[in-house]
Design a protein around this ligand. Structure first.
Ligand code: IVH
Length: 645
């Protein structure tokens, strides 16, 4: 398309680009090109004094509003009936089947955990945006809604229509916001509610919200639209929407619900919504005074709850970093009793203003340890969490770096040394089997193992003192220790316990520098040039080698000085892969190793640079993204073929 000339052309072009970017997730120009067109529009608007109603310049938010005005919904908004078990869902479906005389087709959607938003359009223009309120009267949040880039300011349909959706803050947007926020947002739901019910519209604009639509509440020229027709209408008019599945077999729907992987989504859901599809069947089933009888929410187990913070204890990790561990009034969460949660670091306690004796939000997602998100209600006798000045393990004075406290007593702090020995032996490091934290403690206490290199001097006689080390285990241990001398460079770097350097960074460093010598000489600017290595990580690396040249020297004397051989010329040389979903013939590590052996590179997420995505069973958002970006997607069998080619 030629460069747009008139203001009308510019507005249309910018809206088209925003639609591709924010709704379809398929950017078609660079940010720079978009910005240039946008600036041109601003100049023309200033010059002419005229601004189109659907101009993207209307999205920035003006002066703060004084109050929220009430908005009366065209039709009252209903809530959803809910159930917590598959049997209850079957019972609901059975009742409906009886009432209709047949098993109706039902749709399955995510139950998004955000804030209801209702938008009214007339003559193709957005006239109001409103919250749900009590279902009849909500708050007018039109200005706030206009800042949401995926919400169209103008649509193709020219009658009167009200569409309903859920305002959400994506988890990635929330994490990005929290990384620099003075006060972190507690969860996506609070984040979106606080942003939309905010009189300062510029603040709303900063949160990068999204709305996903699921309902046509009212439309001037059609009464009984089915759910699939509603979603089609919503899609055609360029809103963001989604539907997973349609079936009249409740067991198939249950199967689909079971396959949902909450953790792979970039937004919070608290369940799934099942709706009878057909409009006429809905009219037969009708409503109670609160909800439609033709829909139900299947609620997942909560991942978040509140409980009382009883105490905070400090744990010393392998890098000397102190982590505050929250001791909680036991509470049920995701089918388990939670008694402890992490508070990350001292800075986190200050930011979240957490106090002992207060009721706090606790969140548990997948298998990560539960985390405290913030205070729900301050306790009457709440007390501040004291900042420790000495190490709880060895009593050494602490140092402070950014948000973290450290014990600098590298060799003589037992907690640190023990954690380092355990880490050194782990599979993703030197792969010396059989060294649990309990064993590491005994190695420290009984055999004076203060540092990992001392493992190489241990004899079978020494090991007699360690619990469980009978002949076979001892022999295996000694041979694993010897074998570990031939470790590759990525595993060795990971084993060193450099602060802020995990498995992925260790690999990147190995690939870039090729040897410990080269890495230890690296300057900060050379380090930050590596993908994913920022200032802080670079500093940690430089500091490590400054402080621990002696450790490196000792490993060298033991013959441990691996070099990284670039496998150029392999079958997959230079190709970038992403693994997603579960594979049946490989573990993730095996698949990674197979790719790297052939010179390929494994990335953690799909990006423009990705070449091939390997999608296993129930692949989620990465697969979606790969499709959106038009990436080559192969299954496990094709992957095996590729390796064998
Ligand atoms: S349909 C007449 N579909 O859940 C039915 N609601 O608990 C109207 N929600 O107020 C609602 N995802 O804010 C519907 N896919 C979805 C939904 C959804 C989230 C919210 C919505 C509603 C609440 C009811």
């Amino acid at each position: 398309m030629n460069d747009p000339q008139t203001m009308r052309e510019l507005v249309d072009r910018l809206n088209e680009l925003a639609y591709r970017y924010y709704v379809l997730d398929e950017p078609s120009v660079s940010d720079k090109e978009y910005d240039a067109l946008y600036d041109k529009l601003v100049a023309l608007e200033n010059e002419s004094g005229q601004v189109y109603d659907d101009s993207p310049t209307k999205r920035v938010g003006g002066e703060p509003l004084k109050e929220f005005l009430p908005h009366t919904h065209i039709h009252r908004l209903y809530s959803l009936d809910k159930c917590n078990s598959f049997d209850a869902l079957r019972a609901w479906f059975g009742k409906i089947e009886t009432a209709l005389g047949y098993a109706p087709e039902c749709t399955l959607e995510y139950k998004l955990d955000g804030l209801t938003i209702c938008l009214t359009y007339r003559d193709g223009k957005l006239v109001t945006g409103a919250t749900r309120g009590n279902g009849e009267i909500g708050e007018n949040v039109t200005e706030q809604v206009k800042t949401i880039k995926s919400v169209p300011l103008g649509i193709e349909y020219s009658g009167e229509v009200e569409v309903q959706g859920e305002g959400i803050m994506r988890i990635s947007a929330l994490e990005k916001y929290n990384a620099t926020a003075a006060v972190p947002l507690k969860n996506p739901r609070n984040a979106v509610a606080g942003a939309i019910r905010n009189l300062d519209v510029r603040e709303t604009a900063k949160r990068n919200l999204d709305v996903i639509f699921y309902n046509v509440n009212h439309i001037s020229d059609d009464a009984d639209m089915s759910q699939t027709e509603q979603i089609d209408f919503i899609k055609r008019n360029r809103f963001k929407t989604g539907m997973l599945f349609v079936s009249s077999d409740i067991e198939k729907i249950i199967e689909k619900i079971r396959s949902v992987d909450r953790a792979s989504l970039d937004f919070a859901i608290d369940g799934m919504v099942i709706k009878v599809n057909d409009g006429k069947a809905r009219a037969v089933l009708g409503y109670t005074d609160k909800f439609p009888k033709w829909a139900i929410a299947f609620k997942f187990e909560a991942e978040e709850t509140t409980t009382v913070l009883k105490n905070v204890v400090w744990q010393v990790g392998r890098t000397g970093k102190l982590t505050p561990l929250a001791v909680l009034e036991p509470v049920e969460l995701c089918g388990a009793t939670v008694k402890r949660a992490t508070l990350n670091n001292y800075g986190d306690i200050v930011r979240k203003a957490v106090t002992v004796g207060s009721r706090v939000f606790v969140r548990r997602s997948n298998d990560v340890i539960p985390e405290i998100l913030g205070v729900a209600e301050k306790g009457e006798n709440a007390r501040e969490i004291e900042k420790p000045t000495v190490c709880p393990c060895c009593g050494h004075a602490l140092t402070e770096e950014g948000a973290n406290l450290f014990c600098p007593n590298f060799y003589d702090c037992r907690a640190q040394a023990v954690a380092r020995i355990e880490h050194f032996c782990a599979k993703e490091c030197m792969d010396i089997d059989g060294v649990s934290i309990k064993t590491a403690e005994q190695l420290y206490d009984k055999l004076n193992v203060r540092a990992a290199y001392m493992l190489y001097d241990l004899t079978a006689d020494d090991l007699k003192n360690i619990d469980g080390f009978k002949d076979k285990k001892t022999a295996n241990f000694i041979s694993a220790v010897q074998k570990s001398k031939t470790v590759d460079l990525p595993h060795f770097i990971n084993a060193l316990c450099i602060d802020n350097v995990g498995r992925v960074t260790a690999r990147a460093l190995a690939e870039h520098f090729g040897s410990i010598d080269a890495l230890s000489r690296a300057q900060i600017d050379e380090l930050v040039a590596i993908q994913d290595v920022g200032e802080i990580v670079a500093q940690s690396i430089a500091e490590y080698f400054e402080r621990h040249a002696d450790v490196i020297e000792r490993f060298k004397r033991l013959g441990i000085d691996p070099v990284y051989e670039k496998r150029s010329g392999g079958k997959l040389s230079g190709l970038k892969f992403v693994l997603t979903g579960s594979l049946t013939r490989f573990t993730r590590d095996e698949a990674r190793a197979a790719i790297e052996k052939e010179g390929g590179i494994v990335q953690s997420g799909v990006s423009k640079l990705t070449d091939i995505v390997i999608a296993g069973e129930s692949a989620g958002s990465k697969l979606e993204k790969a499709r959106a970006l038009g990436k080559k997607i192969i299954d496990e069998t094709q992957f095996v073929d590729l390796l064998n080619a």
